[in-house]
Design a protein around this ligand. Structure first.
Ligand code: PEP
Length: 252
């Protein structure tokens, strides 16, 4: 049985006072009722990770980052490493988000290097894959996500695979209000799980596959009811405690 996982990606949003109130509400909303039945993570901007970690001390909500360097340390001005994230208490890192790919030219090769660095540091990589609308309309969605998966996980063996989470996030659904239908999402999730079987069928059966792309309180339940959808990576709705808690409830 795969335990459902819901992760909030705050992107470049929030400030200390707002974060405090959001985290307090999430903590109260999920702590007693949901934690234990599902796993929950929040990914604030890196500069706020430590204060969110402190605020969540003793609460089983994982704090993560939205990106990291493939290098551990050195002359890489402006970068943050997996080792540093682990050092302050982060537990996961989102890698290969479509905004990183589109706005910061992140390639599958770079994603693969970051996945290796995250695993080596003991962080859970949440590897994002997803096709653009153009690619979907050209009938290439399956090929695109398959290639992102294969190349993004290059060099990851079966024992490491068990520590990886994959997030299918169709680019056309991110922040647009358009959501993949549960059937569209399930089709890709099934394909991803089948592709992971090449590394190990037993491990692939246990890898959590998240859906992301305009998930909200109203559509979460139908998406999470699909057999290969094990939770969600939530952008916009993770900034509203009430919505994020409702999404967590839908995953439980
Ligand atoms: C995301 O950016 O990971 C995301 C899924 O965003 P949204 O939920 O706002 O579409």
């Amino acid at each position: 049985m795969r335990k459902a996982l819901v992760i909030g990606n705050w992107k470049m949003n929030g400030q200390q006072v707002l974060n405090k109130s959001l985290v307090e509400q999430i903590k109260t909303g999920v702590a007693n009722e949901l934690l234990g039945r599902i796993d929950v993570g929040v990914c604030p901007p890196a500069v706020y990770a430590q204060s969110v970690i402190e605020q969540l001390s003793g609460v089983d909500i994982v704090v993560g980052a939205q990106n990291m360097s493939e290098h551990d340390s050195g002359a890489f001005t402006g970068e943050v490493s997996a080792v540093m994230l682990k050092d302050i208490g982060c537990g996961l890192v989102i890698l290969g988000h479509s905004e990183r790919r589109a706005l910061f030219a992140e390639t599958n090769v770079a994603v693969a290097a970051k996945v290796k660095a995250a695993l080596a540091a003991g962080l859970m990589p949440v590897v994002c894959v997803g096709e653009t609308l153009e690619q979907r309309e050209a009938g290439k969605a399956a090929d695109v996500v398959r290639e992102q998966l294969d190349q993004g996980l290059a060099g990851v063996d079966a024992s490491e695979l068990s520590k990886v989470v994959i997030a299918y996030e169709p680019v056309w659904a991110i922040g647009t209000g358009l959501t993949a239908s549960p059937e569209q999402a399930q089709e890709i999730h099934h394909l991803l799980r089948k592709a992971l079987e090449a590394k190990s069928a037993a491990v692939a059966a246990n890898v959590r596959l998240l859906y992301g792309g305009s998930v909200n309180a109203a559509n979460a339940e139908a998406l999470f009811a699909q057999p290969d959808i094990d939770g969600g990576l939530i952008g916009g709705a993770s900034l509203k405690a009430e919505d994020f808690i409702a999404i967590c409830r839908a995953a439980a």
